[in-house]
Design a protein around this ligand. Structure first.
Ligand code: BG6
Length: 517
């Protein structure tokens, strides 16, 4: 365990706030080290932790992938990635101090014969850097290879927490964990044949976002919202994760996954659970995760033959983003010309419990949309009688609360106010909390926080196996329907729009409409 007396201050903490523990030295072994995730997210996040003095002296990274690299060429690749990612925030002097922590080992994770050499390299880097034996594996590889990597690690004896060699063995597994219920169960069985549940950290980086963590504080740390948080006051909820970027260089992975597996099964269902769950009895990892699980189990499942009424998929056609012409999904790199993968999904769920009975939750996510925004919008019921309906300014909207996850991190509440002047005229105005204005900075990238938690062995922000299983069970009828008829419920939308028009009808037929974030 980390020594709790060894702590590092975080800049700007208010007096009395807890300090963050610095973990014990460990070796982070990243499978998929020459890929995008390592270069663009993981290493820049680790560099951030290094600069904040949250990494212990010996902490090191051993990158593993098939690409031939030496330690030096690997370091150069990562420097380039960090420079691109951090822009003017890249500081060359700090990078020079960080770089001795980085090592590389060429190896094919599918080739069992290569694991003994990896084990030797792990030992030699640990000896060189004074790491007592703590190993954290990170699978930043194609999801279809997770099982092989885990079994390879096990067969090489790298997962065993031996008494002779003190220290922990843990593994971080990226999402999607499986690609349907059956494969998720199979993968779970493989993982649990090598690691115990408390050694497994399934990552969903949305949970590492400050604004997502703030959901619990907002709901349960303030007395005034919770009494309103139910079917008596809330008309419906919209959860949106909209992106302007396209599939980029990830076509190989994305075309087999699509938006349902890439975003809905994990990020969006996690947000749904956090916004709708009951208050946990404590903030302990399992108390919070128990409540999230209970909520997810209360979501009404939609049988395959009714999926068309509750879900619309889309794929982007050519269009314009920020004034620039962009190609259709089917013309992107590594995408087959007749691909039927969805780059957009919108779905309507209901929750069968006392708090939420009858309140629709509309979830949507898409690439190449008109704007970039992740938010949770709570639309309240209108005032019970419409005193101001006939005022000069026309129809008044009911109150709206928006929890903005990114990019304008903050919260706002829209209320009606009297427009100044002699006549009674009601106009919507906002109460706003801006994360940046209140705390003097944008929030930090999610990966840093999550990597640190995995090193500290804190599972609170990582989905548990049962949650993952229930989320797949909920979506399995969707996947079955599209497996049998791949083009079903799929419509095209021009890049730069808000998705297929058919998605609007999910709401308009109930007298509602999507918000434009
Ligand atoms: C990832 C998905 O999990 O989340 C990507 O695989 C997506 O397709 C990304 O672009 C979005 O994350 P963020 O933090 O930019 O909203």
């Amino acid at each position: 365990m980390a020594d709790p007396s060894v702590t590092a201050p975080i800049g700007g903490l208010p007096p009395g706030a807890a300090e963050i523990s610095v973990p014990d030295p460990c070796l982070l072994v990243i499978f998929g080290a020459s890929g995008d995730l390592t270069r663009r997210k993981l290493v820049p996040a680790l560099f951030g932790l290094h600069r904040e003095k949250l990494l212990p002296a010996g902490f090191s990274v051993l990158g593993v992938s098939r690409t031939p690299h030496t330690d030096d060429s690997f370091r150069a690749l990562l420097a380039e990635g960090a420079r691109e990612e951090l822009g003017s925030g890249f500081d060359a002097a700090s990078w020079d101090a960080f770089v001795p922590r980085l090592f590389y080992h060429p190896g094919d994770l599918l080739d069992r014969a290569g694991y003994p050499a990896l084990r030797d390299r792990v030992r030699s880097v640990c000896a060189l850097r004074g790491i007592p034996g703590n190993l954290l594996f990170y699978l930043a590889i194609a999801p279809k290879h997770y099982g092989s990597a885990v079994l390879g690690i096990g067969a090489a004896g790298l997962s065993a927490e031996e008494e002779a060699v003190p220290g922990f063995r843990r593994i971080v597994i990226e999402k999607p964990f499986g690609d349907d219920l059956a494969s998720a169960k199979r993968l779970s069985a493989e993982v649990s044949s090598v690691f115990r549940e408390e050694q497994v950290f399934r990552i969903d980086h949305y949970l590492g976002k400050e604004t997502v963590q703030n959901l619990l504080v907002f709901r349960f740390g303030n007395g005034i919202f919770e009494p309103l948080w139910n079917r008596n006051y809330i008309d419906h909820v919209q959860i949106t994760a909209a992106e302007q970027i396209g599939v980029g260089s990830r076509g190989d992975y994305y075309d087999g996954a699509g938006a349902v597996r890439d975003m809905l099964q994990n990020h969006l269902l996690q947000l749904l659970a956090l916004v709708a769950m009951e208050p946990p009895i404590s903030l302990s990892a399992d108390d919070v995760r128990d409540e999230k699980l209970k909520l997810l189990r209360s979501v009404e499942s939609i049988p395959a033959d009714r999926v068309g009424e509750a879900c619309v998929r889309g794929q982007y056609a050519a269009g314009t983003i920020r004034g620039e012409a962009v190609p259709a999904y089917r013309q992107e790199k590594n995408i087959p010309p007749g691909s039927l993968a969805e780059t957009y999904v919108a779905a309507r769920f209901t929750i069968d419990n006392w708090r939420w009975g009858g309140v629709p939750f509309y979830l949507r996510s898409g690439k190449r949309l008109a704007g970039r925004s992740s938010e949770i919008a709570i639309r309240f019921r209108p005032a019970p009688y419409r005193l101001f309906e006939d005022t000069a300014c026309g129809q008044m909207e009911s109150n709206l609360l928006v929890l903005n996850i990114q990019p304008d991190e903050g919260i706002y509440l829209q209320i009606g106010a009297k427009f100044p002047g002699p006549s009674v005229c009601v106009q919507p105005v906002d109460f706003r909390f801006s994360y940046e204005q209140s705390f003097g900075a944008k929030s930090k990238p999610a990966y840093g926080r999550l990597l640190l938690d995995a090193m500290l062995g804190d599972p609170a922000l990582f989905p548990r196996e049962d949650f993952v299983r229930v989320s797949w069970a909920l979506l399995d009828p969707f996947l079955t329907r599209w497996r049998e008829n791949p083009g079903r419920d799929l419509y095209f939308y021009p890049a730069g729009s808000w998705g297929p028009r058919e998605a609007d009808t999910l709401l308009t037929r109930e007298g509602r409409r999507w918000r434009t974030p």
